[in-house]
Every structure is written in C-alpha cells, then in structure tokens.
Design a protein around this ligand. Structure first.
Ligand code: NDP
Length: 291
C-alpha cells in the first residue's frame, strides 16, 4: 500500500508556483492577489481561511482577508463582492462556505465575477468544466486529479465510484473522472444517500472517491483488494491525545482499509493540502490572464 502524500505534492506545487511568481514579478511587476471573504466566526472556516492566507504568503501572492460580522445583511456582502469584482488589483476572490443560515449561497457565489471565481463554483466555470473547456476547476476535485496524475495512477477503463454528489466535490469529481482526458476515461458511478446497494457498488470500484462527511463510514468490507482510495471527508472529533482536544478524521476507516488497498490518502495530509494548492494554481491562472 502506498500513501498518496498530499502534503508533499502540495509543497512541490507551491514551489513551482513560487518560482513562476518570481518570474512574473521580474518580467511584468504583477503580483498575484487573492481576496477572501469570511462571514461570521465559524471555527473550521476561520482555520481554512487562515490556511489559505498563509499559503498565499508562502508562494509570494498578495492576500486580502475581508471579515464580516455574522449579522450583516446579504446586501452588505453582495456590495463587498462587487467592490472586489471592480478592484483591478485583485485577481481571485473566494467567499468561505458555509455561510450563516440567512444567506443564499448560490446567489452569493454567482455574484463573484466568473473571471475571479478561483473556487470554480460559478455556473459559467462549472459549465466550461463539463464541456472540457479552459476554466477554473473546483479546487478539491482538481486537487484529486492532480494527485492521481502525479502518482501515475491508471484511470482509463477503470471502475470509479464517487460517494457524495455535492456541487463542490462529488458531482464535479464524477464528471472529471469520466471525461475523455488523462486522468479520466473511467467508468463512473455517482452514489448518494438514496443509493441502495452502496457496499456492492464500492466493492466493484478500482478507484473509490469518498466525500460524504461521515467519519470512518467506509470500512474494509466495502473495499476491493488493491483499490485506490481517495478520502475527501473531514470530521472534527474530540481527542484526549492532541493538545487542541480535537482531531480530524476522514470518511474512510484508514487503519483497516489501508491493509487491503493499493493507494490511499491520509486525513489530514491527503486531499486537504491539495485543495489549497489548486486554489493557488487557479489564482495564478487568473493573474496570468491579465498580463
Ligand atoms: P455535502 O454534505 O454537501 O454532501 C455530502 C454528500 O454525501 C451528499 O451528496 C449526500 O447525499 C451524500 N451522503 C450522505 N450520507 C450518505 C450515505 N449514507 N451514503 C451515501 N451518500 C451519502 O458535503 P461536501 O461534499 O461539501 O463535503 C463532504 C466531506 O468532504 C465533508 O466532510 C467536508 O468537510 C469534506 N471536504 C473536504 C475538503 C478538502 O479539501 N479535503 C473540501 C470540501 C469538503 P444526498 O445528496 O443524497 O444528500
């Protein structure tokens, strides 16, 4: 069994981006700039945004963090987005999800200019992704594709099962794996909470990609011998061992599944760091398109 080391690969990607930023700075004076909007005080969201800001520093990007109170009206948020849309210096904008309950998430994400939508959530970018046209591909699925590619995992003709059909992970993942590209060309099954024969389907998967958000949900008896297992899930559970009192757990029961698969992503250190690396890559792309 081989670990798909997202931490290492994401560091390689950050080094590559950093090098390119230096070259762009020298030749054009342009420094890529990512803005992030965080509404409210959700602990996990704050951690994710901070990690994104830190990653920007690491590769030489400018970053702007806009923090808004949980009780603001949706119009105030839309105004902030408009300001960033009109700010020539800012190349990419992300609004950290989930938003507090009274916000319409799709209205908010659709308000981001598609050319600055480095999360790849705007309908125009999703449509381009489906049609295999140049676009910003949603960072988590793009990170998984990059990981598969850098470990030379064969996907063509393989059975791929994706568990979870969210707009940001499962659904785009299933499309990317079924496209006529490399990685891609897999025969894909997209499973969700209404799927009745999940175990049977998972047992047929050469590549099993799991994104449902339920700790340790996938057990060894659901995994084919020699499968490649990609665990997207992140659940925060109490721990008596860690300093913080919390630890992160994936959707896959790592200790038992790792005994029988060929490749597996750890949690943390697998898909998570790749997601941030691909967000940076999309921001670099947005910045370069303006030069
Ligand atoms: P959502 O809650 O939006 O989607 C969960 C999906 O899982 C839904 O499609 C749901 O089905 C399906 N599901 C739920 N229960 C079952 C079940 N028993 N059997 C089969 N399918 C089921 O989650 P996200 O896609 O946003 O995130 C999934 C996980 O990935 C979370 O833990 C999240 O924290 C993590 N994540 C990690 C990222 C990273 O960078 N590593 C990035 C983004 C997310 P239905 O549609 O029918 O309700």
């Amino acid at each position: 069994m081989k670990i798909l080391d997202g931490k290492k690969i994401s560091n390689d990607i950050k080094d590559e981006i950093s090098k390119e930023v230096n070259e762009i700075l020298k030749s054009s004076g342009k420094q890529p700039h990512l803005a992030a909007i965080l509404v409210g005080n959700n602990g996990a969201s704050q951690t994710y945004v901070n990690a994104k800001v830190k990653a920007c520093e690491r590769v030489g990007f400018k970053s702007t963090l806009i923090r808004l109170d949980e009780n603001i009206s949706q119009n105030i948020l839309l105004n902030e987005i408009e300001k960033v849309n009109n700010n020539e210096d800012i190349d990419g904008l992300i609004v950290q999800l989930p938003l507090p309950k009274n916000f319409d998430e799709s209205l908010v994400t659709n308000s981001i200019l598609s050319s600055k939508d480095v999360d790849g959530f705007h309908p125009l970018n999703v449509g381009n992704m489906v049609l295999n046209l140049p676009t910003f591909i949603s960072a988590t699925p793009a990170g998984i594709i990059e990981l598969i590619s850098r470990y030379n995992i064969e996907t063509s003709g393989k059975n791929c099962v994706v568990v979870g059909r969210s707009n940001i992970v499962g659904s785009p993942m299933s499309i990317l794996m079924s496209r006529n590209t490399n990685p891609g060309n897999a025969t894909v099954t997209l499973a969700h909470s209404r799927t009745t024969n999940l175990k049977e389907l998972c047992l047929k998967a050469d590549i099993l990609i799991v994104a449902l958000g339920k700790a340790n949900f996938i057990t060894a008896d659901m995994v084919k011998d020699g499968a490649c297992v990609i665990d997207v899930g992140i659940s925060r559970v109490k721990s008596e061992i860690t300093k913080s009192g919390w630890k992160l757990i994936g959707d896959v029961n790592f200790s038992e599944v790792s005994q029988k698969c060929s490749f597996i992503t750890p949690v943390p250190g697998g898909v998570g760091p790749m997601t941030i690396a691909m967000l940076l890559k999309n921001t670099l792309l947005a910045s370069k398109s303006k030069i």
